[in-house]
Design a protein around this ligand. Structure first.
Ligand SMILES: O=C(O)CCC(=O)C(=O)O
Ligand SMILES: [Fe+2]
Length: 269
């Protein structure tokens, strides 16, 4: 019998919540989003973790199911983290290929990823693998030293069915192996502690790159558009003062400029 989800999360760095949403509406919204955000010719992007992906924020009035889940999960995140939280990006990602061991954050602030996969995934066909306990700083340092010379980390696969959520501390080592094309919806939450404003500013700054083009349609799928800003007054104020809005705007401005250039560039020939 498992203890509380919170105890499992704190001890092992992850917890699986089975069947917490009806994934059919969300997966339909995901498919429509991908269709509208990318042209058929958009190449997948090679990620630093060895996989390829297509990624789109699902944070606008075009994605009400996604936003409804963000609001619902924020309550759960606050319970799991034991205090107020702020959301990171909510996004749909199409992954292809295996993912090498990595952590999503190396920062001291506590943050959680909530990941849902729309395909049933097993140990040999792309289920997320985790290294339990590796979110703890001392163990993480030992793993980092080990992983500098080896790739055989003793991971535990976390098979999931559609509707299940894998909730993990973003400092947890994770990977996947053997997967084909698979679809993931995800949102992150970080503990909001005013005493940690500098760390939170850095956390949000690291979510965005002022020189990265995700290749998706930013006009249709903004991160913090007008609709997002009506969701929650506290989030709005804090995300703005912590620089999240500015960092997302800089990334989107770069994408817009790059995409305009590509349209205007005369075809070579
Ligand atoms: O599903 C995968 O292969 C990778 C997922 C991952 O690294 C993530 O969600 O941060
Ligand atoms: Fe990751």
């Amino acid at each position: 019998m498992p203890a509380s989800p919170r105890a499992h999360l704190e001890t092992f760095g992850f917890v699986v919540l089975r069947d917490i949403t009806d994934s059919s509406a969300l997966s339909a919204e995901f498919d429509a989003t991908m269709q509208e955000a990318f042209s058929d010719a958009s190449p997948m992007i090679s990620g630093s973790a060895g996989n390829e992906f297509h990624y789109v924020p699902m944070m606008s009035d075009r994605t009400p199911v996604s936003l409804g889940l963000v609001v619902r999960l924020s309550v759960l995140a606050a319970e799991l983290l034991g205090g107020p939280v702020l959301p990171g990006r909510a996004k749909g990602t199409r992954y292809r290929g295996s993912t090498v061991w990595h952590r999503d954050s190396e920062m001291p602030v506590r943050s959680l990823g909530f990941a849902f996969y729309f395909e049933p995934l097993g140990a040999t066909d792309g289920a997320l693998q985790v290294l339990p306990g590796s979110h703890a700083p001392e163990f993480a340092a030992a793993v980092r030293a080990y992983a500098a010379h080896a790739t055989d980390l003793p991971g535990v696969a976390v098979p999931t069915a559609p509707g299940d959520a894998i909730v993990f501390d973003e400092r947890l080592y994770h990977a996947s192996a053997g997967g084909g094309l698979r679809r993931q919806w995800r949102v992150d939450f970080v503990t909001d502690m005013p005493a940690q404003d500098d760390a939170l500013r850095e956390y949000f700054a690291r979510q965005y790159s002022p020189d990265w083009d995700g290749g998706y349609d930013v006009e249709r799928f903004p991160s913090y558009g007008a609709h997002w800003r009506t969701l929650n007054a506290r989030w709005n104020e804090r995300l703005d003062e912590l620089g999240a809005y500015g960092a997302a705007a800089a990334e989107e401005a770069f994408m817009r400029a790059r995409q305009r250039e590509a349209v205007e560039r005369p075809q070579a020939g």
